[in-house]
Write a protein that binds this ligand. Structure first.
Ligand code: DAH
Length: 376
């Protein structure tokens, strides 16, 4: 910096010549206009508006001018610096706007794009519900037993004391895979798609020594048309207990425990006499309606859709294992007794979840299964 000019010395200061200042200003404005992004503009700002910029240096020289020249030089430098500052500000705003617009475009997410991720699958409610039933018994020490879906006629009928002239054996109910003759044992037997899970009882008794406590879930087949209340393929759960000293009271207690676990406290069962060839005595088992607990019976003001105001819901069949079945499996009926029951999972799910049409359970539409959620 030059020394203060107090002596009116008509000094010529190169940096303050109008053309030099104009040039510095023009160069600054050109550099500002040429800055392509905010980073470049920052450098331009340092070079043309910083402490060491030509116009800043020129400003410091004003003091070297004679007093009469100071005002004009000051005005010139001030205007130049003002113009540069203003240009910087405008360019800064312009570049920020451009950046913001670019970011909006580059980081935009098109929420209308179809996504191609495969949604996580879930197991079918029939499967998870069967397992829930199994779990109740596994917790009590039962084992899960399974048998083939394509079954020897002997297991499916004969060994269960279902005589060859039993209506269930006619072509009406049974899918025959290979017709058999009058089977005396498994070897000469025809082959069917099992019509119930009861043949697993036979396989289990042939396989193990009592005491036997098994729960047998599985698919069964009958020549029914698919409609709102029938399906030719459905799911049953069978239970078999064979031990010394088992009575119908054990059966009843077991059934009550199961429905309590599935439907909650206060739900219990009743038995109605019935006939099944493989149990003696046999019974139909009903459970008290878990919704109205029987309170809708004879109460037209408060009808129950779940049990049609009957108070009871029919579950399936049960009874004490017929001694003829025990004998056919080589179990001494003098020493052992057993109880058994079997019921359909689809039917139970229909009233458990107010499913009105059984076809919904078998057609595989995820709109039906989704509300059941994901259960691993
Ligand atoms: N198997 C029978 C059916 O499918 C149901 C059944 C009844 C199973 C009585 C049993 C029982 O174990 O004891 O219709």
């Amino acid at each position: 910096m030059s020394a203060p000019n107090k002596s009116f010395d008509p000094v010529e200061v190169e940096a303050l010549k109008p053309e030099v200042i104009d040039r510095a200003k023009d160069e600054a404005l050109a550099a500002i206009a040429g800055a392509g992004d905010l980073e470049a503009l920052r450098e331009v700002k340092a070079a043309h508006a910083g402490d060491r910029a030509p116009l800043a240096l020129a400003n410091r020289e004003i003091g070297a001018l004679p007093p009469h020249a100071k005002a004009e030089a000051g005005k010139r430098v001030g205007q130049a610096r003002g113009a540069v500052g203003q240009a910087l500000k405008l360019r800064q705003e312009e570049l920020e706007r451009e950046r913001d617009e670019r970011v909006l475009v580059e980081e935009a997410v098109d929420v209308t794009l179809p996504h191609d991720r495969v949604p996580a699958g879930a197991r079918h409610p029939l499967t998870t519900f069967s397992e829930r039933v199994e779990d109740i018994f596994v917790a009590m020490g039962y084992e899960v037993a399974e048998g083939p879906e394509v079954e020897a006629e002997w297991f499916n009928f004969d060994a269960l004391n279902i005589a060859p002239d039993h209506p269930a054996r006619t072509m009406q109910d049974t899918f025959f895979v290979r017709a058999g003759g009058d089977a005396k044992d498994e070897g000469e037997s025809g082959v069917v798609l099992r019509t119930h899970t009861s043949p697993v009882q036979i396989r289990t008794l042939l396989d193990r020594e009592p005491p036997v406590y098994v729960i047998c879930p599985g698919r069964v087949f009958r020549t029914d048309e698919l409609d709102a209340t029938h399906t030719p393929v459905f799911t049953q759960v069978e239970l078999l207990a064979v031990d010394e000293g088992l009575t119908m009271a054990d059966l009843k207690g077991t059934l009550d425990h199961m429905v309590r676990e599935l439907f909650g406290e206060g739900v219990h069962t009743r038995l109605r006499p019935n006939y099944f060839p493989f149990t003696e005595p046999s019974a139909e088992m009903d459970m008290v309606c878990y919704r109205c607990h029987g309170e809708s019976v004879g109460n037209p003001d408060n009808p129950c859709r779940t049990c049609s105001s009957e108070g009871w819901i029919e579950l399936g069949g049960c009874g004490m294992v017929n001694p003829r079945v025990l004998t056919a499996c080589g179990v001494d009926p003098e020493k052992y007794s057993g109880f058994a029951f079997g019921f359909g999972i689809e039917r139970m799910m229909m009233f458990r979840h107010n499913v009105e049409d059984m076809r919904d359970m078998v057609e595989g539409d995820v709109r039906f299964t989704r509300p059941f959620g994901m259960e691993i």
